[in-house]
Design a protein. Structure first.
Length: 322
């Protein structure tokens, strides 16, 4: 009986890529609840969701790019660029018209950054890792030019929507829920099928008349748009900007993807895994903080996670050969 059921269980676990991540999340929540006695209080949960919404949005964008066979190292610099544009184009006394103009400029800048990345990777055939590493310097340079030192301000009414509670549920939850619904629809469309084909078997997809270049281009545009929204949510939370405040977000977004059970090789996974992975990383950071563990452990843990993710497929192949 055991011999018959074990393979079925393993196959099911393999198909539902996020099940192991979900188990890991439950364990992390239990540990956090023991370390932080007010963990389940609405005030603590709401504050955590508001603070880490930018990471969840970046993880979503990174998932889409990785499924399509790429990677985006520029997301943190896009967040910084958008934030600096928003605070410098508003000011504490800005009216609604000025806020709308600043929003258009900030979100437009994030989308254009995604267009630049996508054009270089998809149509000029530049290597994604090198390309987005290079554009990181460009976007960071723009942020420093726009706001050389931390500062700036936004009007109070601009920050209020992030803390609103429609149906007594805080806004960040609705944002995440909405994007998961959109993804559920998108992955069942022609674009969704083309996306997985482009990331999993790009050559076969190309010969099957799949517009691989356009699909890959679109993934970077979507990533840039989500990074722009992350910059918006970060600005709405802190009320000011800094050209260097988002340095760890790129690494965190990639680690979130890995923790969500999504292979970096592309062609598999989904936004659910990225969201779960983001929350796992948040829980790990909370554990390190409340357990008084030195901060350098965070960097070590993230590096080990990425290395194992990269080495995992090779280890599995070697094991199967043996």
């Amino acid at each position: 009986m055991t011999n018959n059921t074990t393979p079925v269980f393993l196959k099911t676990l393999g198909r539902q890529y996020y099940l192991f991540s979900l188990i890991l999340l439950v364990i992390a929540v239990i540990i956090n609840a023991n370390l932080q006695k007010n963990f389940f209080k609405p005030v603590a949960l709401n504050g955590m969701l508001i603070t880490f919404l930018p990471l969840i949005l970046l993880a979503m964008g990174q998932v889409i790019v990785i499924i399509g066979g790429g990677i985006d190292l520029s997301v943190a610099s896009i967040v910084t660029m958008v934030s600096t544009i928003l605070v410098t184009r508003m000011g504490a006394e800005a009216n609604h018209q000025q806020v709308c103009i600043a929003l258009a400029m900030g979100l437009g800048a994030g989308i254009l950054a995604g267009v630049l990345n996508g054009f270089c990777v998809a149509f000029l055939r530049f290597q994604p890792l090198v390309t987005t590493f290079a554009t990181t310097s460009i976007f960071t340079g723009i942020a420093v030019y726009v706001l050389p030192t931390p500062g700036g301000a936004v009007p109070r009414f601009f920050m209020e929507p992030l803390r609103a509670k429609p149906l007594e549920i805080i806004m960040p939850f609705w944002v995440i829920f909405l994007f998961l619904l959109l993804w559920l629809y998108l992955r069942n469309t022609k674009f969704g099928r083309f996306l997985y084909a482009s990331g999993g078997q790009p050559v076969s997809a190309y010969y099957s008349a799949v517009p691989v270049d356009w699909i890959r281009f679109t993934t970077y545009v979507l990533s840039g748009g989500l990074a722009a929204l992350a910059g918006l949510s970060q600005t709405m939370n802190f009320g000011n900007g800094s050209p260097l405040v988002s340095g760890d977000l790129t690494m965190n977004s990639i680690v979130s993807v890995v923790l969500g059970g999504i292979p970096l090789s592309g062609g598999a996974g989904g936004l659910v895994g990225g969201v779960i992975g983001g929350f796992i990383l948040i829980m790990i950071q909370n554990i390190i903080s409340f357990a008084n563990v030195p901060n350098w452990w965070q960097t070590l843990v993230k590096g080990v996670i990425v290395v194992f993710a990269l080495a995992g497929p090779g280890i599995i192949r070697v094991s199967r050969r043996k």
